[in-house]
Design a protein around this ligand. Structure first.
Ligand code: NAD
Ligand code: MN
Length: 826
């Protein structure tokens, strides 16, 4: 070939990266041990697993296969280390993490080559993306370690964290897990994925090198069934952080239900890539390459569904085919290669199976004319057109280099198609019209929305899912809350443990639960007469008229009869019947959920308007202060002064959330790119909630007010024992301009109704304040559609205390963060 020929063909020559230093490192270390207490130890079983190089199918290394005995040892090491690491000053932790970041940079090429060898992804990606992002993650979180005491006052680390990661970004997922955990003072036991342990083992060496205290980071390689499951079930683990498939995430949700372990789940996706007809199609083509052929499409947030406006579909598809024809696939260590190998033969088979199914289902499959290498596990970039939205390939995460494309006509249709998935991890929106793009971004249910860009990541900007893509965020300040607890919880729980069971232990049989103390000086109540003192100590004493009111359900702004046609007695502490409420059932809950969904416009309204309505509710509650105080006395037997205090606290709480409604705003991140990331606090959607028994009015208001302030709509099960304070609110709501369906109330047996709510596919989150067993049931049932849950595990909180029962924790539970990436420039 002469120079002229080269000009004609523009062929690249090979530019191989040497594997020698990495292979040498493997040779010196193998067989690899487990990393416990800063030491390399053999596994209890003495067994090893083989790690292969997917680019040639040949063995690469022997890594130890841990089992539950090793998990015990690692958790014990992490527990011992937690004692001192959790008390280590933030500045000291920051120095350690800074050192880790520096050492990652020092070993960056070794890490990049190892990652490429072990996973099959290209050196171009590991060198330019994975490893730099890993270092950035440790630098960024070193900063949070430094700032923890000033920026997260009142929070403490969770304890020992079990972390389980997938194979697609082995070291990056490790960094996303370990950096925030250490920054917040936790210790960790991490399990890498079966196929890709090597960079985690190199990381362990860095941990030794920088002198991190022994036991702070422990790394166990091995099989999911041996290590992963043991870690999830281990009683000494306080939190599980998992990234992987939705199915495994669901199992983990079920396995941890009721245990009180904190849980964050980063799961699968089927992310839309939306192209409007005014988009710059040449940029779009490059975007698609990054969206679905980056990392061979083995990316949780891959733009795997191409949605194109009809009038430009043909032209985009033909441009895309031209580009696909030019993609270079081959040896991952060749620096001019765009696509490497699929991680394992199993994964390759799964991709082949789904592609065959797509063809069978009638879609048109297209692949470039060039052939893949026959050695190793490779699959070509693949494009499906003529795909119908309900087919398998349009719905199921393929996790390979396979793009399915569909068309739409209007922006509304684009949004509907984009949201036609059970997932909600990410989305890309392409349009030269910024008004259109910024209008569409909030309407797509996804944790990250990239405008005219795709697959952008940075430590400053939280990453995580809506819907069945999981809950919790990694990165940003929001990600830190996954690794801390409010300090008052431990204080409160040790207090409770020293007395008897807390008031909140009342379960399904609420009437037998502990009653709040009736103060002895209140003679009228002790005598059992239905009398009360209006206006405080010196007020008139009057006989109460007999109550003959059966509040109905409150659904869609209307009072409706319970479907069952049955009512339940409400009794006072002396077991006298003081009223009746409807006995709600499955059908009432379903109607309420439907009404709550129909009211979703509430989230789109202005925050000013929501604040106004909360103030108005407070105003109308104040007008009925006496009536509400009397009701509390009647239901609980507490002294009247106490009841007034509760009503006033409820009014103050409404004011607080009216205040917060237009102040709990997002932030603007400045990641290292020309542009901004808008981190918006969005409503979750429909929240089902079960109120505590202790404060019939304040407990109810404490939950409803933050949720609706943030734009959610709610289905509320009031206190089972004392529901009348909530049902008395119907009239308050009706006179406060609250739109129909924003608050729906179903009375009845709390745990049975909760089960229906938690099972319901259209409920997006569940809050539960009741028994330990009820909490477990809620967590179990919520695994169905991966709802976010917030339960109290039967622990009481003091609803009068604003530290415990008002403010940011409630607002955080009411919102999910969406990061909208907006790059600048032409
Ligand atoms: P996977 O769920 O099979 O495995 C993930 C990890 O969990 C592995 O370490 C595995 O050994 C372990 N594991 C498997 N079964 C377990 C069990 N029963 N108990 C405890 N641990 C168990 O997923 P994968 O095939 O390794 O990764 C691909 C999946 O990960 C895709 O669905 C992808 O979308 C998802 N993913 C999500 C994100 C995100 O941030 N949302 C990032 C990367 C990958
Ligand atoms: Mn491997």
């Amino acid at each position: 070939m002469n120079v002229m020929d080269i000009f004609e063909t523009m062929e690249y020559g090979p530019a191989p990266e040497s594997a020698t230093p990495a292979l040498q490192w493997i040779k010196e270390h193998q067989p690899f041990g487990l990393f416990i207490n800063n030491q390399w130890v053999a596994s209890a079983s003495g067994q090893y697993l083989e790690s292969i190089n997917p680019a040639n199918g040949k063995p690469l290394a022997q890594v130890a296969a841990a089992n539950s005995a090793d998990v015990d040892a690692a958790v014990a090491a992490a527990r011992a280390a937690f004692e001192s690491w959790s008390k280590t000053p933030g500045h000291v932790r920051a120095r350690s993490m800074y050192a880790i970041a520096r050492h990652i940079q020092k070993h960056s090429r070794l890490l990049a080559v190892l990652e490429s060898l072990d996973n099959g992804k290209t050196i171009r990606e590991t060198r330019d993306l994975d490893i730099p992002l890993v270092a950035r993650h440790f630098y960024y979180h070193a900063g949070w370690a430094q700032l923890m005491s000033s920026e997260l006052p009142g929070f403490e680390p969770v304890g020992v964290v079990g972390q389980i990661i997938p194979w697609n970004f082995p070291l990056l997922m490790l960094a996303w897990k370990i950096a925030p955990a250490l920054a917040m003072g936790n210790t960790v036991v991490l399990k890498p994925a079966r196929y890709t342990s090597l960079t985690a083992l190199k990381f362990a060496e860095i941990v030794q090198e920088v002198g991190l205290p022994a036991g702070v980071v422990n790394i166990l390689t091995g099989e999911a069934s041996q290590v992963g499951e043991a870690l999830v079930r281990h009683p000494g683990v306080n939190k599980i952080a998992f990234t992987g498939s939705t199915d495994v995430g669901r199992n983990i949700r079920r396995a941890t239900a009721g245990s009180g372990k904190k849980l964050s789940l980063e799961l699968g996706g089927k992310s839309p890539f939306v192209v409007f007809d005014d988009a710059d199609l040449d940029s779009v083509v490059e975007g698609v390459v990054d969206a679905i052929w980056f990392n061979q499409g083995q990316v949780c947030c891959a733009g795997s569904r191409l949605l194109v406006q009809e009038d430009v579909a043909d032209s985009l598809i033909s441009k895309l085919r031209v580009r696909m024809e030019k993609l270079r696939l081959g040896d991952p260590l060749d620096k001019v290669v765009d696509m490497g190998a699929i991680v394992s033969p199993g994964q390759l088979k799964e991709i082949q199976r789904l592609v065959a199914q797509g063809v069978e289902e009638g879609a048109d499959m297209w692949q470039p004319s060039w052939a893949c290498p026959t050695e190793g596990y490779f699959f070509p970039p693949t494009l499906f057109t003529n795909v119908s939205p309900a087919t398998t390939i349009a719905q199921v995460e393929i996790f390979g280099p396979v793009l399915v494309s569909m068309t739409f006509r209007t922006p509304a249709e684009a949004v509907a198609l984009a949201n036609n998935t059970r997932y909600g991890l990410a989305a890309s929106v392409w349009s030269e019209n910024i008004n259109l793009a910024l209008d569409v971004a909030p309407k797509i249910k996804a944790g990250s929305v990239w405008i005219n860009c795709t697959n952008m990541f940075d430590a400053s900007s939280g990453f995580g899912g809506y819907r069945e893509s999981g809950f919790g965020r990694e990165g940003g300040k929001e990600g830190l809350y996954e690794y801390v607890r409010p300090a008052w919880e431990a204080r409160e729980r040790s207090k409770q443990a020293s007395t008897t069971n807390g008031a909140a232990t009342a379960g399904g049989k609420a009437l037998h639960g502990t009653q709040p103390v009736i103060s002895g000086d209140d003679d009228e109540q002790a005598n059992g007469h239905n009398v009360w003192r209006a206006g405080g100590e010196n007020g008139v004493i009057a006989a109460l008229p007999p109550i003959d009111r059966t509040p109905k359900m409150f659904i869609k702004g209307k009072q409706v009869r319970p479907d069952s046609g049955y009512s339940r007695d409400v009794v006072d502490p002396q077991q006298r019947v003081i009223g009746q409420v409807g006995d709600g059932n499955r059908k009432d809950v379903r109607n309420a959920v439907e009404a709550a969904h129909a009211a979703s416009g509430w989230a789109a309204g202005t925050t000013h308007n929501r604040a106004q309505i909360l103030y108005y509710i407070a105003e109308n509650l104040e007008i009925r202060e006496n009536e509400f105080a009397r009701r509390i006395v009647q239901q609980t037997g507490r002294p009247l002064a106490d009841a007034y205090e509760e009503v006033q606290a409820a009014i103050s709480r409404l004011f607080s959330y009216a205040a917060w409604a237009d102040k709990y705003e997002g932030v603007i991140h400045r990641p290292p790119l020309r542009g901004v990331v808008l981190a918006m606090n969005e409503a979750i959607g429909v929240i089902g909630m079960a109120c505590p028994d202790e404060y019939p009015l304040l407990g109810f208001i404490s939950l409803v007010a933050p949720a609706i302030a943030m734009g959610n709509t709610v289905v509320v099960i009031p206190s089972q024992r004392s529901p009348l304070s909530a049902t008395d609110c119907y009239q308050v709501f009706e006179t406060s301009d609250l739109p129909d369906g924003v608050v729906n109330i179903v009375t009845g047996e709390r745990d049975a109704l909760c089960q229906v709510l938690a099972d319901h596919e259209d409920v997006d989150a569940m809050w539960y304040f009741g028994s330990a067993d009820g909490s477990k049931q809620v967590e179990l049932a919520s695994a169905g559609n991966m709802k976010r849950t917030w339960v109290n595990y039967g622990h009481a909180r003091n609803w009068l205390d604003t530290e415990q029962s008002e403010g940011e924790e409630f607002l955080r539970e009411s919102t999910q963060v969406k990061n909208i990436w907006v790059p600048y420039g032409e």
